[in-house]
Design a protein. Structure first.
Lengths: 229, 130
């Protein structure tokens, strides 16, 4: 048996004392407080998780841009069927918009309450968010139902296929977001404001706000430009 | 897990984090201000779409400008994406995302308009020239 340092001892010593040790750059200069700029080790987990989820949201928005592009190309391809001007009910769209915008606001208030570790306040605002989202989804399903019954379903024209794909995809996102919201409420209620749950809640907030941003593009391009201008 | 998980006082901010430097507003006030601005822009959009106060052909441009402004309000006040140094990574990712979105949407519309024009039948061509 040799008594010299084993390879793993050498590696451990290098990590602790070598020029690349955590908190120092390649030249041995120390910036222990600097993070995310090539020195100082990795960023805190909530920053990494939030950034990763932000990348996912942006890729989701890129996917939506494909649906928007298809809609913009096909908006006049009505095949003799009804146009947006005849189909869209701006009053209902205004109520949907109000619901989603208000739910974005209550979602933010819920997150602020969660950072202050107030259980009941958090649950109240998240419940409000969920109910507003539910009203939005119900109104949208109602709109789809009325259109399909009136013979303006997705099979009527290329315009309507693109419309149902785009608006339906957004509605699906809101519905799945609602399920996520209910899961988060249960987790916070049962497990409290643990760091891992707070990271999930941060991601949920980002998701919900991003859906509202997509809805802004959607009600402008599809409904207002389709029905009014 | 290292000891410094989930502390606040570091250089980078996660998207959605409030500005570490502090803007002088409380967290709720920031959401409230964003909410009021977003309401104003939404109401303006719906009003312009149904009114004759704006020159007709200018309405689409006005609506798009209002939509872009509202998305900006959402990004700054709800998602807390700012131009500050702690947000560089988030802003760069956003800029790349916007680039791809513009390429996809503008590129598709542009190419398909050209195709439509070049693949026109004789009758349509004559109808356009009249």
């Amino acid at each position: 048996m040799s008594k010299g340092p084993t390879p793993s001892d050498v590696a451990a010593a290098y990590i602790q004392h070598g020029p690349y040790r955590v908190g120092y750059n390649a030249h041995g200069h120390g910036y222990p407080e600097a993070r995310g700029h090539g020195a100082g080790g990795q960023a805190p987990r909530r920053v990494i998780v939030g950034y990763g989820f932000w990348i996912f949201l942006l890729s989701d928005i890129v996917m939506f841009s494909g649906f928007f592009a298809a809609y913009a190309v096909l908006v006049h391809a009505t095949a003799g069927g009804p146009t947006g001007r005849e189909l869209f009910d701006l009053k209902r769209v205004a109520i949907e918009t109000a619901c989603l915008l208000a739910s974005s606001f209550t979602c933010g208030l819920g997150y602020v309450a969660a950072t202050r570790k107030r259980q009941l306040e958090t649950q109240f605002w998240m419940l409000a968010t969920g109910l507003l989202g539910l009203v939005f989804v119900i109104l949208e399903v109602l709109e789809f139902y009325e259109m399909i019954v009136a013979g303006a379903g997705p099979d009527r024209s290329a315009f309507l296929s693109a419309f149902f794909a785009l608006v339906g995809c957004h509605g699906l996102h809101v519905s799945i977001g609602g399920l996520w919201l209910a899961t988060m409420m249960a987790q916070i209620w049962l497990k409290g404001f643990r760091p891992g749950i707070m990271r999930r809640l941060l991601c949920f907030n980002l998701f919900w706000h991003a859906l509202d941003i997509i809805w802004v593009a959607l009600f402008t391009i599809v409904y207002l430009l389709g029905a009014g201008a | 897990m290292s000891g410094h998980d989930d502390e606040w006082e570091f250089d980078d901010a996660a998207p959605g984090d409030e500005h570490a430097g502090g803007s002088g507003f409380g967290a709720i006030q920031v959401y409230l201000l964003g909410f009021l601005l977003a309401i104003g822009l939404t109401v303006a959009s719906f009003w312009i779409a149904g009114s004759s106060a704006v020159w007709g052909p200018g309405i689409p441009a006005a609506l798009l400008a209002l939509a872009v402004a509202q998305m900006g309000v959402h990004l700054v006040f709800f998602l807390h994406i700012t131009s500050g140094p702690e947000n560089t990574n988030n802003t760069l990712a956003l800029a790349f995302g916007v680039l791809i979105v513009l390429v996809v949407v503008v590129g598709s519309v542009w190419i398909m308009a050209h195709l439509n024009h070049n693949l026109m039948t004789m009758d349509q061509m004559k109808a356009m020239q009249r």
